[in-house]
Design a protein around this ligand. Structure first.
Ligand SMILES: [Zn+2]
Length: 476
């Protein structure tokens, strides 16, 4: 099984974008459809999403939220109510103008996000402080008419969850905003083995209509950043626009304080670009639809298939295991399941059965391990843990090695030419400097990280006193 075995995947060092396209299509995560910028999520891709969804849904419910479902369409007049919000989303909204043959009296937009629908509903159901907090979440699809699209990263339609909450006080809403960005970060790091930088978006980059936005940012293999989840403090802006008032504990009418937060199928793109290699996908065990793939060797020999099926049944209680007993050659199967990123391959043939052992092969390191049957369950558990940790540590090292501190704008520019990755640099807080840096370098402010450092006392662009250290990067 030499390196040349993988003929079909472009090397990521030659062309990262083509590598990504090859992986998402050849590993059967997606197919293209006739609708520009839309993708068909195939069973393997969808089962990945289902795992992520189930992990996140558990966390959302454990933190006290209830799932609800809002309509797909938003009347134009409703969308117009919050001015900043409509201004932010107008360029990418899809409109319904006809029902059958008839032109509609009022256009309907296909939801790009559901703040306004929740706003209208909250007005109906919230009257007293006793109705608060309202902690809602919706699993849905949304549509944003993007000009350039890439599978998972940016598509016209995508799947996500959007949390929407109402609180009595600004402080409570703030705590909720922080709580949910931490939930996203924990999910990324523990389940998906993706290390993240947590921080606040600048005003330029915050959500349209929000008071402020928290974000988690991750770093892809090619050194580009990816916004991986956001949590917004909406203040009382939407509450004012929609008239969401309640009688407070003193008997006075007051506007609610709101939050919203979202996590999308985009994270699958992140997982691919953080862990993948030239053989294809590498999926962290906790997210993997199949953790162990059994490949019988010389399966035509008597007893091999029975043995392999028994093994599958035995292991099914403790790991997500599957078997490929098709008549394809073992070499084809090895290649296929490596490309699909399955964490462990289990080979078993007549000689192994004789010796009471199986062969395990790690996807992340390629290491081959002979294991006696009596130790198999323990060994599998240990190896899956090891792989999960190894993937996280590798990604963490990559993030750290590619986060560079710069002290001047000259250094910022020259660094960016040589390396991709995060640049940490001081900023005065002025929009003008942020705009100029983006215009001149192509790097955007990713976040003002919670963990601040004082690298210099002045803004690298204008030399006025610095307010924050910012992570900058070219981003997806
Ligand atoms: Zn400045």
């Amino acid at each position: 099984m030499g390196k040349n075995f993988v003929k079909d995947i472009t090397s990521m060092d030659d062309d990262f974008a083509q590598w990504y396209t090859d992986v998402v299509t050849k590993a059967e995560l997606i197919d293209y459809s006739s609708v520009r910028g839309s993708m068909i999520i195939r069973p393997y891709g969808y089962s990945l999403w289902e795992n992520i969804k189930s992990e996140l849904d558990d966390r959302i419910k454990k933190t006290g939220h209830e799932n609800v479902y809002m309509p797909l369409f938003i009347p134009e007049s409703l969308l117009q109510k919050e001015k900043d919000h409509i201004k932010g989303f107008a360029p990418e909204v899809a409109w319904i103008t006809h029902g059958g043959e008839e032109e509609l009296e009022e256009r309907l937009c296909v939801r790009p996000t559901s703040e306004v629908l929740f706003g209208e509903h909250f007005k109906h159901i919230i009257h007293s402080y006793r109705d608060l907090p309202k902690l809602y979440n919706q699993w849905a699809n949304v549509v944003r008419w993007e000009k350039t699209t890439r599978p998972f990263l940016r598509t016209l339609e995508f799947l996500w969850q959007e949390g929407h909450t109402c609180h009595e006080t600004e402080v409570e809403a703030h705590e909720e905003t922080i709580k949910m960005i931490n939930v996203y970060a924990e999910l990324c790091e523990n389940t998906l083995a993706i290390p993240v930088v947590k921080g606040k978006k600048t005003d330029k980059e915050k959500f349209a209509g929000a008071k402020y936005t928290y974000t988690i940012e991750s770093l892809m293999h090619d050194g580009k950043a990816l916004q991986s989840g956001t949590s917004h403090h909406l203040g009382d802006g939407f509450a004012n626009a929609f008239g969401i008032q309640f009688t407070n504990r003193e008997g006075n009418l007051q506007y609610v304080q709101q939050t919203s937060w979202g996590f999308t199928t985009r994270i699958i793109g992140a997982m691919i670009m953080v862990h993948g290699d030239n053989r294809g996908l590498v999926i962290p065990p906790k997210a993997a639809p199949t953790q162990v793939m059994i490949v019988p060797i010389a399966q035509h020999k008597e007893g091999v298939l029975d043995f392999a099926y028994d093994l599958k049944e035995e292991l099914a209680g403790s790991v997500r295991v599957d078997i490929d007993a098709s008549d394809k050659k073992p070499g084809w199967k090895f290649n296929e399941y490596e490309m699909k990123g399955i964490p462990l391959r289990l080979e078993v043939g007549p000689k192994d059965i004789e010796k009471n052992q199986v062969v395990l092969v790690r996807r992340d390191t390629g290491e081959k391990i002979y294991v006696k049957l009596e130790n198999l369950s323990t060994e599998l558990e240990k190896l899956l843990d090891d792989i999960q940790t190894n993937l996280f540590n590798k990604a963490k090292d990559h993030l750290q090695e590619n986060s560079r501190e710069v002290l001047s704008y000259e250094q910022f520019k020259s660094d960016l030419e040589v390396h991709a990755g995060f640049i940490k640099a001081m900023w005065c807080g002025e929009r003008a400097c942020e705009d100029k840096i983006k215009e001149e370098t192509g790097a955007t402010s990713r976040c003002i990280p919670f963990e601040q450092q004082q690298l210099t006392t002045t803004c690298i662009y204008c030399s006025k006193p610095a307010k924050h250290m910012v992570y900058w990067a070219k981003a997806y």
